[in-house]
Design a protein around this ligand. Structure first.
Ligand SMILES: *[C@@H]1O[C@H](CO)[C@@H](O)[C@H](O)[C@H]1NC(C)=O
Ligand SMILES: *[C@@H]1O[C@H](CO)[C@@H](O)[C@H](O)[C@H]1NC(C)=O
Ligand SMILES: *[C@@H]1O[C@H](CO)[C@@H](O)[C@H](O)[C@H]1NC(C)=O
Ligand SMILES: *[C@@H]1O[C@H](CO)[C@@H](O)[C@H](O)[C@H]1NC(C)=O
Ligand SMILES: *[C@@H]1O[C@H](CO)[C@@H](O)[C@H](O)[C@H]1NC(C)=O
Ligand SMILES: *[C@@H]1O[C@H](CO)[C@@H](O)[C@H](O)[C@H]1NC(C)=O
Ligand SMILES: *[C@@H]1O[C@H](CO)[C@@H](O)[C@H](O)[C@H]1NC(C)=O
Ligand SMILES: *[C@@H]1O[C@H](CO)[C@@H](O)[C@H](O)[C@H]1NC(C)=O
Ligand SMILES: *[C@@H]1O[C@H](CO)[C@@H](O)[C@H](O)[C@H]1NC(C)=O
Ligand SMILES: *[C@@H]1O[C@H](CO)[C@@H](O)[C@H](O)[C@H]1NC(C)=O
Ligand SMILES: *[C@@H]1O[C@H](CO)[C@@H](O)[C@H](O)[C@H]1NC(C)=O
Ligand SMILES: *[C@@H]1O[C@H](CO)[C@@H](O)[C@H](O)[C@H]1NC(C)=O
Length: 441
């Protein structure tokens, strides 16, 4: 940055400070991971020494992105950026915020992304995997985001557009990409067009006290609204959060390692999922060392789930196809789940996208599953798969091993507690298995 430019930015932020006398900055929340801790302890984050306020047109229309970028640049390397409470910020430009270093972003106000679907489809950040795109990319080192404010993805236009065209590229609300060491906490995320959080190429990040919600107000449901998807990331903690959505509550995509998820309330979701994995035949996916603890799961398709594509190409829908990818899922613990109105309390499938079990078994998955522990589950399933409450389906005994289930007390509304078990060692799973194919894959 040129000196004159720098002075201008500093002058602007000094001016902003004087304008906002009386406004306060939120103390950085002290985040405690409890009762479990990430494998790598959180790095200390030094206190910030400068304050920058983000200006706003506050008119719900004009793009405030230039103000946001200038505040971030002015306060990068040791500052505290404030989005005022009672102020609305409109974002109409895809923001590359991967340059952040030692900065706190204090979002007290309301941030809304514009409804310009043409602009966003052309400019949002492409994440390659499953055609995912994000409104912004936030990354760098030692970044804390908090403040109690709201990010609003203006999802309704997207839910309606997707109903007309499944190839619509719906942006993810919160893109954490290439962030190493940081915390994201005390935020409300609402009406995301697609997933709420995408965490890629990142390490040692804690998400805590996040509230997620947003239902469609038309007859077009909000689809693929995963709470979190992690990808090519290590040491991510997600805790103490409430998720009301319509797809995975948390999902560990390819190359997610050393993940901790604890104290979650999920409603309306597809469960806490490993996968889907093995979708791309030319890729190798690893998911290892995952600990999920203390989850209440209501009105969901699944509680704890591992979904792997089979060895041959399959199709789930026109815009979701795959199979044949290699890799391994290993050392996964799902401990302490309270389920209510959940279709399957526990599900392992290596036949994702292939409803025909015969075809699935003919082409066993090239992605192995081993050392999986399900412990302490209680509650009731839904009626959807009566008399079943769970599903443990491997495509071959050779690619599935050391699956354990203990203290599983989940019954259907009819009092039954059956699991479908295919190609799995039944001596280590303390559930009532049936090997009848009820056609529910
Ligand atoms: C933004 O507008 C709201 C009302 O629409 C007002 O309460 C608030 O004070 C405004 N913020 C600023 C910084 O002017
Ligand atoms: C898009 O947002 C603009 C500005 O807030 C508003 O005037 C317009 O009605 C919105 N369009 C739709 C389709 O929601
Ligand atoms: C992550 O890093 C890899 C390797 O540098 C890069 O190819 C990729 O585009 C980055 N982003 C994502 C989302 O994987
Ligand atoms: C998304 O990816 C699939 C392959 O899985 C591809 O067939 C499709 O055309 C892609 N594009 C969109 C916009 O969905
Ligand atoms: C949703 O569909 C129902 C029945 O098809 C219809 O009666 C209702 O008006 C629709 N609601 C909206 C918001 O479009
Ligand atoms: C839970 O999700 C259901 C839809 O599955 C919804 O009707 C209900 O309002 C949600 N509960 C809360 C507290 O948001
Ligand atoms: C996952 O990691 C392995 C090795 O660590 C690498 O070979 C593979 O390409 C990665 N896969 C993805 C999808 O990034
Ligand atoms: C399994 O994962 C947990 C974290 O969930 C970790 O503490 C443990 O060391 C891992 N075990 C092995 C054998 O890697
Ligand atoms: C589950 O959904 C029902 C309505 O569909 C709702 O009354 C209930 O509150 C939901 N459970 C939770 C925990 O939100
Ligand atoms: C499943 O695939 C097998 C083998 O191709 C075929 O014989 C059978 O009819 C299929 N079953 C169904 C229900 O489509
Ligand atoms: C479940 O119980 C209800 C009421 O007792 C009964 O009508 C229904 O047939 C049962 N369903 C199954 C699949 O057992
Ligand atoms: C399985 O079924 C038997 C007999 O129906 C029952 O006694 C037992 O409690 C059930 N549950 C498990 C986990 O074995």
């Amino acid at each position: 940055m040129q000196l004159s430019m720098l002075l201008l930015v500093q002058a602007a932020s000094t001016f902003a400070v004087s304008l906002h006398r009386g406004k306060h900055h939120s103390p950085r929340p002290s985040i405690v991971t409890y009762p479990h801790h990430p494998t790598v302890p959180n790095q200390p984050s030094p206190p910030r020494t400068r304050v920058c306020y983000v200006e706003s047109h506050n008119d719900s229309v004009t793009d405030d992105s230039p103000y946001i970028l200038s505040a971030l640049h002015a306060c990068n390397n040791g500052g505290h950026v404030i989005f005022d409470a009672s102020t609305k910020y409109t974002i109409g430009t895809a923001l590359d915020m991967t340059f952040l270093r030692s900065i706190d972003i204090d979002i007290q106000g309301y941030i809304q992304f514009t409804n310009d679907t043409d602009y966003w489809q052309a400019h949002s950040f492409k994440q390659i995997f499953q055609n995912a795109t994000t409104f912004f990319e936030l990354g760098g080192e030692d970044v804390n985001v908090y403040g109690g404010g709201t990010l609003d993805g203006n999802g309704q236009v997207w839910y309606d557009l997707y109903a007309q065209d499944i190839y619509t590229l719906r942006p993810i609300l919160f893109g954490t990409v290439g962030l190493h060491a940081g915390t994201i906490s005390n935020l409300n995320l609402i009406y995301s067009p697609q997933y709420y959080n995408w965490v890629a190429n990142s390490s040692n990040v804690i998400f805590s006290d996040i509230s997620i919600t947003g239902f469609s107000s038309s007859n077009n449901t909000a689809k693929n609204t995963d709470g979190w998807d992690t990808y090519r990331s290590d040491g991510i903690t997600i805790q103490n959060s409430v998720v009301n959505n319509g797809d995975d509550c948390v999902s560990f995509k390819p190359n997610s390692t050393n993940m901790l998820v604890q104290n979650m309330h999920c409603n309306g979701s597809h469960g806490i999922s490993v996968g889907s994995l093995g979708q791309y035949a030319w890729e190798t996916d690893y998911v290892r060392n995952i600990h999920v603890y203390n989850v209440s799961m209501s009105n969901a398709t699944d509680g704890a789930r591992i979904k792997v594509w089979p060895g041959a190409p399959s199709e789930l829908s026109a815009d979701l196809q795959g199979g044949g990818g290699k890799g391994a899922v290993t050392n996964i613990t799902y401990d302490t789940f309270f389920v209510r109105n959940v279709d399957y309390a526990i599900e392992i499938t290596q036949c994702y996208g292939q409803k025909n079990t015969t075809l699935c078994k003919q082409n066993p998955s090239a992605l192995t599953i081993s050392d999986v522990y399900f412990r302490h589950f209680q509650g009731t399933s839904s009626k959807k798969y009566l008399p079943l409450v769970g599903n443990l389906v491997c495509s071959s005994p050779d690619v599935c091993s050391d699956i354990y289930a203990s203290d599983i007390n989940v019954v259907s509304p009819n009092g039954t507690d059956l699991f479908t078990c295919f190609n799995i060692d039944q001596s280590t799973v303390d559930v009532n298995c049936t090997d009848l194919d009820l056609g529910y894959n």
